[in-house]
Write a protein that binds this ligand. Structure first.
Ligand code: COI
Length: 355
């Protein structure tokens, strides 16, 4: 334990859950981490304290104007019983990028990563080992100044909470039906789409509800201006295999820079599989499906890792992706990434940090 880190202990430890039936994000560990920010003083020393409710002034700015940022990453139990993190430095960097977009003061990424590691170390026994499980790590920051004026807060609270989780989507690695959304938009260039901020996610609820009602698991988002170019799927980045090449929307200013997306692209480069980061229109996708060159389609994100798309519906017409089964490359990517995360496969990229 570092000397700077304060730890308030509790003897009221919770029983550990059944690892074979873990939900996503509903069970929390014994401790959380808190860091505060006050104008003129900067970010405080980290404090680990028992997990529990947060007290907020009803005028706290986050409750009114949504000035908030979050991250999501995981700790894995390796096959030899260790605990490791997957590219946590990428999450810390992205969090600071989100802070900049949301006018939240930046923090020292190394210091925050050290504090995160200390918390996970304390809660190591909560990292499950059952196939497909992990400890989800949710850092988040909220604006706390009690003030109804519309401007950046002068005070913030940063927390990390931990949740032992099973798979995010009930379908797991099985293909899902998706609905191409042509009414609502997730984000627009110049907006907050590249930041991991709460409002981006709640703004997608109505389209998600609409898709669920028509039997679709997720929404495929199109660009806000022309409603032509594909952006993301659900809360994930999206990739297609067309005629032997991987095509994924370029990070054009409205798309989240996913850590799983980045890892997949690096893996594909190492396998000499051509990757194109460019605009891809829904028309091009439909044409490729008709020509038989649309070989695979999948979402990529921290929560699900990889989520295959079995079919997509656009303006009432449904299009199946090949046989509707999980593609070979999708499977290989899933197995390689989860293999590296859980130590089953050697990590040639230095992506993992062993605790
Ligand atoms: C992810 O899969 O990376 C996500 O952002 C999902 C999370 C919001 C639960």
């Amino acid at each position: 334990m570092s000397t700077e880190l304060k730890w308030t202990k509790t003897d009221q430890l919770k029983p550990k859950p059944d690892e074979t039936s873990l939900p996503f994000g509903r069970i929390f560990t014994d401790y959380m981490l808190k860091v505060t920010y006050d104008e003129g003083q900067g970010w405080s020393e980290p404090h680990i304290l028992p997990y529990g409710p947060i007290e907020l002034d009803p005028a706290a700015m986050v409750l009114h104007y949504g000035q908030t940022v979050f991250e999501g990453l995981k700790a894995y139990r390796t096959t030899d019983g260790h605990v490791q993190l997957f590219r946590p430095d990428e999450n810390m960097k992205r969090m600071n990028r989100s802070h900049r977009r949301m006018s939240i003061p930046e923090f020292d990424e190394d210091r925050m990563l050290k504090a995160l590691i200390e918390l996970v170390n304390i809660e190591k026994d909560w990292v499950p080992s059952h196939e497909g499980t992990s400890l989800y790590i949710r850092p988040f920051v909220i604006s706390t100044e009690a003030n109804l004026a519309v401007h950046p807060s002068k005070s913030y609270e940063y927390y990390i909470i931990l949740s032992p989780v099973g798979s995010y989507y009930p379908e797991g690695i099985n293909p899902v039906k998706i609905q191409v959304e042509d009414e609502f938009t997730r984000a627009v260039k110049g907006g907050t789409g590249t930041a991991k901020t709460g409002g981006n996610y709640s703004a997608g609820y109505n389209a998600q509800e609409k898709a669920s009602k028509s039997g679709h698991a997720q929404v495929l988002w199109l660009d806000a201006i022309e409603k032509q170019y594909i952006e993301e799927v659900g809360s994930m980045n999206v990739l297609f295999k067309i005629d032997g090449e991987i095509v994924t929307p370029a990070l054009s200013g409205s798309i989240l820079e996913g850590v799983t997306r980045k890892s997949i692209l690096e893996l594909l480069h190492s396998w000499d599989i051509p990757v194109l980061e460019r605009k891809i229109s829904i028309r091009e996708l439909i044409q490729a499906q008709k020509d038989g060159t649309l070989e695979e389609a999948f979402g990529a994100g921290t929560a699900a890792v990889v989520s295959p798309i079995g079919s997509f519906t656009y303006k009432g017409e449904s299009y199946q992706v090949q046989s509707g089964e999980t593609g070979e490359l999708t499977k290989k990517l899933y197995e390689t990434i989860t293999g590296i995360q859980t130590g089953k496969i050697e990590d040639p990229f230095d992506w993992t940090i062993k605790l």
